[in-house]
Design a protein around this ligand. Structure first.
Ligand code: ZN
Length: 189
């Protein structure tokens, strides 16, 4: 059975048995928080359980590495919507040890794309169009560095209030232990 059929079959049962009932809540986060974290598969259940977050508690935004790469990109827009439209009062940037974005090498990614049939011409044309693939496909040296950068962009964003606490943490993807890197209460004015 294909993955999509497996999922749709399961889903039919899930809805028929009304298993959704225990998850009913609203779009407003009960704990008034927005979390930006990594898409790492180990964090799917571990991160909310390790933080005691249940359905309805938080807005959770995910991408590779919990990185805010542009102050006016979709991650930053999501944070702004969470704050102004959905009543989030605190921001948590949560990276993790052993992140795939640590030491991500753009040459390696481009080589893999080429192996899958992307031509040299496409890579060259993108370069000529002003797209800097090597910096776009580069992660960070340490999880801590990635978190500090993202926290800084959020804290200094011209559309966010100065008194908005922005915390930075690193989670251990094995044990769920959280290390506080940036205490958002200290820097919020
Ligand atoms: Zn990661």
């Amino acid at each position: 059975m294909s993955l999509i059929s497996e999922i749709l079959n399961y889903n039919e049962q899930f809805v028929a048995k009304e298993e959704y009932k225990e998850f009913l809540t609203t779009k407003f986060p009960d704990k008034k928080m927005v979390v930006l974290t990594c898409m790492d598969a180990r964090l799917v259940e571990l991160l909310p359980k390790a933080m005691n977050l249940h359905n309805g508690d938080a807005k959770i935004i995910k991408n590779a590495g919990a990185i805010v790469s542009h102050p006016f990109g979709s991650i930053m827009r999501s944070i702004i919507v969470a704050v102004y439209e959905l009543d989030a009062d605190e921001v948590f940037v949560i990276g993790h040890y052993d992140c795939g974005m640590t030491g991500l090498n753009s040459d390696k990614v481009i080589a893999s794309a080429k192996k899958r049939g992307i031509s040299d011409d496409v890579i060259t044309t993108l370069g000529h169009s002003g797209i800097d693939l090597s910096s776009w496909l580069t992660g960070f040296d340490h999880a801590r560095e990635g978190i500090e950068k993202s926290v800084n962009i959020i804290r200094n964003h011209p559309l966010l209030p100065k008194n908005l606490p922005v915390h930075g943490l690193i989670i251990d993807p094995q044990t769920g232990r959280l290390d506080l890197i940036e205490d958002g209460y200290k820097d919020a004015e």
